[in-house]
Design a protein around this ligand. Structure first.
Ligand code: DAH
Length: 450
């Protein structure tokens, strides 16, 4: 596992982690269904606490380019997109041919379009990251109370039904590229690879960044081959369903060999609301099992909502960063976003090369402790960290947590690792950042600093 974790915090970690499917470089034991597991359902829900991001977003909006910022920082109910996040939208790293993400993407596309058979996979690279909850969740049978729809986990443009209430009218930054499945299927696409930036509020460490990239693949089959409209039960028992699952597995195993060379693989039964059956593919790489993708036979209910009850097919979704970090030996996810020539000049279209770190500047550690209010969401604190320090903040760890039984209050202590990838930071600079973070934490999160 690429991430190092302190044992003491593993319980709260695994909760925070439960959305980590497509990004975490995970072992088999890591909670695997990022957007989609129900694990984090047990997390407390903020009730009435002001979303820090919204206030920050508004205050700074004057500085921003009106055209793009105004689209995602609106001040509407539930809006929690910050200027820091807004600035990531439109970078389109996946379309840069000499960028590691662009190189991996091209390599995957090359594989799919070299498969024999009559299907051509359409390449979809520029779907808008601003989507409706309808496309991102409802069309995929993701229920309104799913943890992935909570404002602590997702960046919303607006939630007309109220900050805490999920509705089909919500507008948000897509949390996965599956958000485009139904739109593309409805428009008549038979097979496609859809790549884009996706956004999730999350913890901070070497393999988590609030924006990352996914690729969604879909292939529909000829009804003459697999059957047409039938009941869900009938479908699941049918030869057609088995045929599609077998084609999916063969195709994705081939993809792994294409990317990693001959590797050992294993299939794990999974649950996703929008596929049935669902599988996850892992490969044995560098001495560990690593999750590569989620996939399955598209749920009849999803196709029915597309007006395609007579069609069947498979789908998969994979995270480009997790693959690129392994294939290029890129140690920190922030590097994908740097314009530093020492990074960008190392990569060339068509070549999987090993990244040579140009230097590692010293880290600086700062702790912050506070009594948490009811419904405290760690992600809200991490968001403030991003807002204050941007990518100078390398990692945030919960290093201590205890409850004072007399006061009935719980304290969290977080250790912040500040480090620039490009230069040395001064003490003054870091002290300033830390002080700002303390102030904002106290004023925005209703915590009591210790
Ligand atoms: N959208 C899922 C996620 O981000 C990944 C995924 C799983 C995509 C299964 C699929 C699929 O198309 O069939 O966690």
């Amino acid at each position: 596992e690429v991430q190092t974790r302190t044992a003491a915090t593993s319980a709260s970690r695994s909760l925070m982690h439960s959305r980590g499917l497509m990004l975490t470089l995970a072992t088999a034991s890591t909670a695997s269904v990022r957007a989609l597991s129900t694990l984090s359902a047990s997390r407390a829900v903020v009730t009435g606490a002001p979303a820090c991001a919204r206030m920050l977003g508004r205050r700074s909006s004057a500085r921003m380019s009106v055209a793009s910022g105004a689209r995602v920082i609106t001040g509407e109910t539930g809006n929690n997109v910050t200027p820091y996040i807004e600035a990531l939208i439109g970078r389109n790293l996946h379309t840069k041919v000499d960028h590691p993400l662009g190189i991996i993407k091209a390599k995957i596309e090359e594989y799919f379009n070299s498969l024999d058979g009559e299907v051509t996979f359409e390449i979809k690279d520029s779907m808008d990251p601003v989507v409706g909850a309808k496309e991102c969740f409802d069309d995929l049978l993701i229920p309104a109370d799913h943890p992935g729809r909570k404002p602590s986990d997702t960046y919303y443009i607006s939630r007309p039904g109220g900050r805490e209430l999920s509705s089909s009218e919500d507008v948000l930054l897509r949390t996965h590229t599956s958000a485009h499945q139904s739109t593309l299927i409805k428009s008549g696409a038979e097979a496609f690879l859809c790549t884009g930036d996706v956004y999730r509020r999350d913890e901070i460490d070497a393999s988590h960044f609030p924006a990352f990239h996914q690729m969604e693949g879909v292939k529909l089959f000829d009804p003459a081959l697999v059957g047409g409209a039938m009941s869900r039960e009938e479908w699941l028992e049918s030869e057609g369903c088995k045929l599609i699952a077998a084609d999916l597995k063969k195709t994705l195993e081939g993809l792994c060999d294409h990317l990693f060379g001959q590797v050992e693989k294993r299939w794990i039964d999974e649950y996703f609301p929008f596929t049935e059956p669902s599988f996850e593919l892992e490969i044995y790489y560098n001495g560990d099992w690593m999750e590569v993708l989620g996939s399955g036979v598209i749920h009849s209910g999803v196709l029915e909502k597309c007006g395609k009850s007579d069609r069947h097919g498979w789908a998969f979704g994979l995270g480009l960063e997790r693959l690129a970090m392994v294939l290029f030996s890129i140690p920190d996810i922030r590097l994908f976003w740097t314009d530093d020539k020492r990074f960008t000049a190392q990569f060339k279209a068509g070549t999987l090369s090993t990244f040579k770190p140009y230097s590692k500047y010293p880290p600086c550690y700062k702790d912050i402790s506070f009594w948490i209010p009811e419904g405290f969401e760690p992600n809200d604190f991490f968001e403030l960290g991003r807002t204050v320090a941007g990518d100078l903040l390398e990692k945030v760890d919960l290093v201590d947590e205890f409850t004072n039984p007399k006061k009935g209050k719980t304290s969290h202590c977080y250790r912040l690792t500040y480090r620039s990838m490009d230069r040395s930071l001064t003490d003054d600079e870091i002290n300033d950042l830390q002080e700002k973070l303390r102030e904002l934490t106290a004023s925005n999160l209703l915590v009591e600093l210790r």
